[in-house]
Design a protein around this ligand. Sequence first.
Ligand code: DGT
Ligand code: CA
Ligand code: CA
Ligand code: ZN
Length: 586
Amino acid sequence: MDKEQVAAVLNDIGVLLELKGENPFKTRAYSNAARTLEGLSEPLAKLVAEDRLGEIKGIGEGIQKKVTELVTTGRLAYYEELKASIPAGLVAMLQIQGLGPKKVKALNDKLGVETIEQLEAACQAGQVATLDGFGEKTQAKILEGIAFRRQFASRHLLSDALVAAEPILDNLRAHPDVIRVSTGGSVRRHKEIIGDIDFLVSSKRPENVIEFFATQPGILSVSAKGETKASVMLEGGIQADLRVVSDAEFPFALMYFTGSKEHNIVMRQRAIDRGLRLNEYGLFKSKEETRDPKLLVACQTEEDVFQKLGLHYVPPELREDKGEFDAAERGPLPRLIEWTDLRGSLHNHSNWSDGQNTLEEIADYMDDLGLDYWAITDHSKSSFVANGLDPARLRKQIKIVKDYSQRLADAGRHIRLLTGSEVDILTEGKLDFPDDLLAELDVVVASLHQGFSQNEAETTKRLIRAAENPYVHIMGHLTGRLLLEREAYKVNQQAVIDACAETGTWIELNCNPYRFDLDWRLWPYAKSKGVKCVINPDTHRNEHSQFLRLGAGIARKGWLTKADVVNALPWEALRKELKKKRSRLK
Ligand code: DGT
Ligand code: CA
Ligand code: CA
Ligand code: ZN
């Protein structure tokens, strides 16, 4: 386990102890230790190997032992026992918005509720509102939270699905009885939220593949196991399905199980229109449903199947019945953006605001990734919880970033750091910094972080006013949504896109896996208006640079090509682009 994973377990222990009503000093010791570990500059494994955990301030002997056990064995008996000693329903309640361990404990102590269903009933009966420290408002919020959670219980972030799927995919690929393997379904289509993971394998020995699949690490339980298919529950609560087919069937099955359902319906109709039948087993010369191999139209790959139905190849991301058929009839689809096309990022945080890493750490890391440029856009002063910079600190940071970037260049390093700000859009669309200060920055991202309660017209007006500012290059995470956690705020996105088109303002595709904001469904419209996209990872620690890959997948879903994406430009070209809006509107 690395330090993040160990810190997560320690945090969990703290919460569980609080849930049990342990003394606050003890529970706080765990969350403090977690924070200390996260801030370590040395690898945790090294400290453990050299028996030097004792040198870290604020981590007592008991926790040191637990950390050692986690790092060396990947598990912790104490943690397992603690989890088992608490009703699962209480732990589940923690996921309801607004319910922390203290509140859950009070509900359990005073009302005896042990499950979410019991809690819901208690709220509906008005019992929760009568408890000390709760009230009508809290009760209503809890009910809302329960409804929200229910709606999303079987839905997961794409990033979590990929993390779970990729090792299994690799293992399957390496298995001697596996001929071809792929993910299918929404994961292959790169949907931002997925229901379950679908795997497809071709093999001559399906039973061996099924056995192998059912014993993969990370599987909590096997819910179904047949001769050619299996379903399992993975850690994290994600279900995964595997199907095994013959290699002749593979292209057809892959197409069918990739979907989407809407896309499949059109494909099947195209087959019927040509006197054929398409299903998961093949494309058949038949006017009725069949799987007779003698009637099969031979296809080796998905490309062949598309071609037999009069279409150019459609990448999985575009299979949503949103214009792909018209396009693929006319000619080859555009070459969509690849994450390796990206040359840098224009929205990132450092430890000057709420990021984890120093400027030096950021430059080293991004230089190692081979990137060309990396903008430091810390928060502005109104984001005070995020330690936003006031004008004086920003001026100081500008100087330091400039000097440092120059020193990097002098030392022959490739990466450039750009000065910048993620400036808050205040009420009525005023920005958190004056124009003369914004004018000194290489990159300005304008984002809304407050005022979520405003109505649609007000919010839209605020955003449009920000876009009209000549110094704002990029509109950041336009709707503020947090997938599976928080709704988007109400805003007329089309009107904001129009304003960006008008003013030459770029729109961010924030590629934090909780955001993916602007949504992929709106990019074709933005593109038709000539609005450029910036695929920004909004990093708060260096590892978040991995989001670039996820973001590129979402951009592909939005039909974007390299030419539509500003941070696919090399530095010299980007530098010119950064000046355009300012010279036009000033
Ligand atoms: P998910 O799992 O809810 O995120 O979405 P998908 O698209 O992965 O759906 P899933 O796992 O139920 O099924 C995988 C694919 O199989 C789906 O995209 C299309 C195909 N499929 C499943 N059921 C049907 C169906 O009733 N009709 C058609 N045409 N295709 C289906
Ligand atoms: Ca699925
Ligand atoms: Ca499925
Ligand atoms: Zn940010």
